[in-house]
Design a binder for this molecule. Structure first.
Ligand SMILES: [Zn+2]
Length: 100
């Protein structure tokens, strides 16, 4: 038994090279596996896209030294830029943070 729902998230990005900031609106598809686990897929314009903090480059200077800030619930939670080898685990972690 799988269930799925979607939510809307705003992300704010800041280039650490040239200080440009911009934001993106993302649709987030959530999939539960029926065992309390949740997977999340980000979509932009109906197309799946990488998690917001991965492989972003600055539209102004093309630097990839970009910091992503979640604007969910009006809180700015900083997301580590380093790849951890498991983006899904990172999402789970963030979900828990936001849940509190
Ligand atoms: Zn830049």
């Amino acid at each position: 038994m799988r269930d799925a729902w979607s939510s809307h998230e705003s992300w704010v990005f800041e280039c650490l090279n040239c200080a440009t900031t911009w934001d993106e609106e993302l649709e987030v598809r959530h999939y539960g596996d029926g065992h309390g686990n949740e997977a999340v897929i980000y979509e932009r314009g109906g197309q799946p896209c990488p998690t917001p903090w991965v492989d972003r480059s600055c539209p102004n200077c093309q630097s990839q030294n970009v910091k992503a800030l979640s604007a969910v619930k009006g809180r700015h939670g900083e997301v580590p830029q380093a790849r951890t080898g498991s983006d899904v685990a990172m999402v789970f972690h963030l979900r828990r943070v936001h849940a509190w």
